[in-house]
Design a binder for this molecule. Structure first.
Ligand SMILES: C[S@@+](CC[C@H](N)C(=O)[O-])C[C@H]1O[C@@H](n2cnc3c(N)ncnc32)[C@H](O)[C@@H]1O
Length: 256
């Protein structure tokens, strides 16, 4: 069976041979324009502004993005610990006000692949990108990321989760970074409905498939964000930077 284009592209980028072919200056540049670079930039922004809030990823598949985000946060956490030991008083004082904060990590997925849909993109057909919850958990644990009160997994379609777990969702922290990576129009609209009460002034929203469906405003994430914005006059989404093949980062503005 042919692998979906997106999964094949991701695997290609991950492969050791590809990494070896990259000039060292590119491979080690954390500000590069791929997904890991986007997460690095998002976490750098969160640490620079000392934002308290969670990392939400809606559409996690095998957790590559989830763990890349955890890794990016770990790097900034280590940088901040260095600041605590700075000879400059102001650096120590600024870092001390934020160093004890551990950002929660929340993952949402069917854990059974793409839901049934009629959006007509063969890459996003029902069952593609399937990874079970036990396998997702195992991969995370192997990378040092353990499920806990601050690392939580929500299994089911987003609309089911919204209906089934309103109390658990209400207890989740606001979003510092929301990584929306569920490809489809319907799924993105449901993902945004989970996020709606969690968005704050300055939340980073990564729309990983912004230019899928040939960037049509009448399909995919573009259509979903346009409809969501029309329903939420108090929120606006400022384009920040494009990344990788079809991704786009936004910053949320909130009229309070
Ligand atoms: C492209 S994959 C995500 C890739 C992942 N972010 C990564 O870094 O590898 C899309 C994921 O969205 C999930 N998904 C799509 N629509 C969904 C929905 N309505 N509810 C829950 N999960 C959904 C699929 O199960 C799939 O795992």
């Amino acid at each position: 069976m042919k692998r979906p284009i997106k999964a094949a592209a991701a695997a290609f980028v991950r492969e050791e041979i590809t990494r070896r072919l990259l000039p060292a200056s590119v491979a080690s540049d954390l500000n590069r324009n791929d997904r890991a670079g986007a997460l690095h930039r998002a976490w750098g922004y969160v640490y620079t502004n000392q934002i308290r809030g969670a990392y939400y990823e809606l559409g996690v598949y095998r957790g590559d993005g989830f763990r890349a985000s955890f890794k990016a946060r770990t790097l900034f956490d280590a940088w901040q610990r260095g600041q605590l030991a700075s000879p400059e008083t102001w650096r120590r004082e600024v870092a001390a006000g934020y160093a004890d904060y551990a950002h929660p990590f929340y993952a949402f997925d069917t854990f059974a692949g793409m839901p049934a849909n009629e959006e007509g993109n063969p890459c996003f057909a029902e069952g593609n990108f399937g990874c079970s919850l036990p396998e997702f958990r195992r991969l995370n644990e192997a990378a040092g990321l353990k499920e806990s009160g601050r690392v939580r997994y929500f299994a089911g379609t987003f609309d089911e989760t919204l209906k089934r777990e309103p109390a658990s969702l209400a207890g989740l922290e606001p979003a510092a970074i929301a990584n929306v990576d569920c490809d489809l129009y319907g799924s993105t609209l449901d993902a945004l409905r989970i996020l709606a009460p969690k968005l704050r002034q300055g939340t980073v929203v990564l729309m990983d498939d912004w230019n899928a469906f040939s960037a049509s405003p009448r399909a995919g994430e573009r259509q979903a964000l346009a409809e969501f914005s029309a329903e939420h006059a108090g929120l606006s989404f400022e384009p920040w930077f494009p990344y990788e093949f079809v991704g786009q980062a936004f910053l949320v503005h909130k009229k309070d």
